[in-house]
Design a protein around this ligand. Sequence first.
Ligand code: BGC
Length: 938
Amino acid sequence: MTDSTPSLGPKSTLLANQEPSSDTPNLPQTGAAGPPTSTGSKRKFVYIGLGLAAILAIALGVGLGVGLKKKGSGSDGEKSSGDERKTNLPALELVKGPEGDWKAVLGGLDPEWAPHYAKAAALVKTWTTLEKVNVTTGIGWSQGPCVGNTGTAPGLGSICLQDGPLGIRFAPLVTVFPAALTTAATFNKDLLFLRGQALGREAREKGVNVLLGPCIGPLGLFPEGGRNWESFGADPYLQGVGGRLTVRGIQGEGVIANAKHYVGNEQELFRRRDEGRNAGWGLDGPISSVLGSADLRETWAWPFQEVVEEGVGSIMCAYNSVNGSQSCSNSYLLNEVLKGEMGFQGFVVSDWLAQDTEAEVSANAGLDMTMPGEKHSFTAGDSFFGAELTAAVVKGEVSQARLNDMVLRIVATHFKLSQDSPSYPRPNFSSWFRRSHGPAYVGAGDNAPGQIILPLNANIDVRGNHSSLARQIASEGTVLLRNENSPNSTLGLPLGKKKVLNLALFGSAAGPNPNGPNSCTDRACNRGALGQGWGSGSVDYTRFITPLESIQSRLYAPLSSDPPAGLFDFTLDDTNRDLLRQKAVAMQEVNGTCLVFVTSDSGEGYGSSEGHAGDRNDLELWHGGAEMVLTVATHCRDTVVVIHAVGAVNLEPFEGHPNVTAILHAHLPGQEHGSSLTPLLFGDEEPSGRLPYTIFKKEGDYPRIEKEANGRVPQSDLRGMAAFDYRNVTSEEQEKTVRYPFGFGLDYHPDPITISDVEVKEEFKPIRFWANGGNSSTASPVTIPDRDLRKEPFTAPKGWRFIKNYIYPYLPAAPKREDITTGPSANLTTRALPVKPRKVLEVTATLKNPSSKARMAVPQLYVTFPGGKGRNLRGFEKVRVEAGGEEVVKFGVSEREVSRWNVGRNQWEVREGRYRVEVMMDSLGRGGRKEVEWRGEY
Ligand code: BGC
């Protein structure tokens, strides 16, 4: 954040020390008209506006305190009435983004996509305007089997869009995979790909065309952010690799992947104006993330760039606004950056009910499909597309060329993924009921005229052998943070080293949810073992194995190498201190081990659990977890803590306790909960997970979400916040604030694997400026000639029976001939394809395993830019190193990975100077560190 920038609220103290972002204070740039929804105010006016707002607020006796973040305030927004809040909200002027006349960009130039565009064009040119509009518009919430269903056109059935990032939502007999966060914690690229592949296979077999994942935003800037677990950890590079490999896996099965949420969607509170408790605030719009232009490229949009390069078929624009313009009507984000610079060839679909502007605004801003169809509420029967898009085309507000491009993007993606193959299944499940037959149009109501009953649920089991993959991911995504592993100690893990195994389990999280694992809507409760967070990213369990079950079956069917089984006990009550104490004392008397299970949960903003409305209120363990650990540890010399959580938690209350002999963080393991944990506990498998985020000591060391509306359109100023998590730990002083760094994880051996002989080879001399998404291009993509709209039908056929709340493209009455535009298509542009970054550096290092057992290592490559201090992850590998052996590991670094975004030139820049290249075992170099300097030149 620059000095001259009035803060919208204090951020973490740590963040004040980071290296200045390359783009602040360059936002916004000069230019004329803003994106369609912006008013085009310039920076100085913004500041004047902010100043006036401050004066006004103070004059009102309110003070800007209303608009400022209070560190640790933890307000849950439920204490005061909405009306009070409304009067108190300052009229904070919106910070706007870069300004310019961003034209819609035609797809189809990319040679990999061109044949599919050509095939699509041949089909789409036979369609009427009504048929084209139909394909861009959802038919309404619950009017078809999937969470999103498009209208149809000849030769193209309805497209089924279904969540989500860790499995197929609302469907039976599917695998509940570990969350993306857990998968990121494996740091295993094969597993990232295989999970994507398995997700794709299950989606296809269920008849899903577009799988609504991977989630690569939120990036996890705020550890309290409710949906961080749906994506791949607190680093853009890691998110990029996770997203890319998942897309590769999903699309390899012929399913269109949907990367979401573009962009800056870092918190749940205020993400939608009227959602849940947001309603009480009287907001004028969703929260606006204020993003700088360079930070956008280098951080927030980085993973999206990666998936675009991978050929992702669709991208979901987010609920939040960015720089004052809602993400789905933000021409700069969609036309300029995504389709122009990045060269995205697929289609942009709105998040569900996220579109909040008229057809002409959002269509011209680059939105290609609206979902689930309605404007602001489910089953309301209205739409910003549908008939309103038809009307906009008739009037010429949306050109035929733009409508054609919207449709071509959708249909070309359909062909690219070969979804026209007759073997591609139609949906064989209903999201809305589990009985075999039921209403086709649930959103219309059971007795609505025209309602029909169909056999929708075929109960096809699509799980194959995926439970073993799910189990392996959950196991490898478990991070051993601490362990008493001095050579002759029998304390800590693994349990296999005990002479006699006396064992007690503590905590409700070791056992089942008494009402069953699917008893809470979209998993919005934290009862029993925690396998997923809540919201649209959750999936119904067909199988769920708790730790209690799997540990018991392991004890009752012991392998010969196990220690003789002794006492076994379990207490699933978290808060009965007397009981906990008694059991801990009894275990201590027999020198037993106490396993304490603790959790912390979060989810999507429409749901709430135990007072956490999506985002977490704080990072404390739930159900008095810290007190439970302390109660047990006070009496039990060998207390092992097992955490299942959505991210970082406060470990400080028991971290230094001498009787806490091990801490395992198992993230969200999905269905293979106990079955992934037990082999690790017993030592059949070694923990090999690494933290995909940093655990700091104090809550004040993390950035916090906006918990109070600081204006009628709340703003979250993310400028200068791009270097978060480990990237902001740049001094010894700051290192002291870290409890466990990003990339950290132990195994059961005391001697660390070492790193030596780091070498950097320059493949070619980098060019200083290299463009991404060039200027306008003269190449001609496939286009479709305009039709004579005066000859088109625009109303429903005679005698058409409308289904209640279903969204149609029909106009209520035929437009007058003179009102129909005859003007030519306009306002679209072509852009040169982006340059694919080449590999500029090859880095090698040697790993040595001093122990007598083969082990997994996760060497990580970090680059520090000239003049900068913060490290940037630029590579990782998971490598097996044989007992006493050596392994050479190789990383390729691309031009983009050593570039910064130059705002003035709108280009990537390889800056001159010394780059520090480090291969380390975590982001702070614990357990091995080696660095070399590479001098970039031009
Ligand atoms: C979520 C999306 C999800 C969609 C459909 C929205 O609430 O933000 O991630 O894909 O619902 O369920």
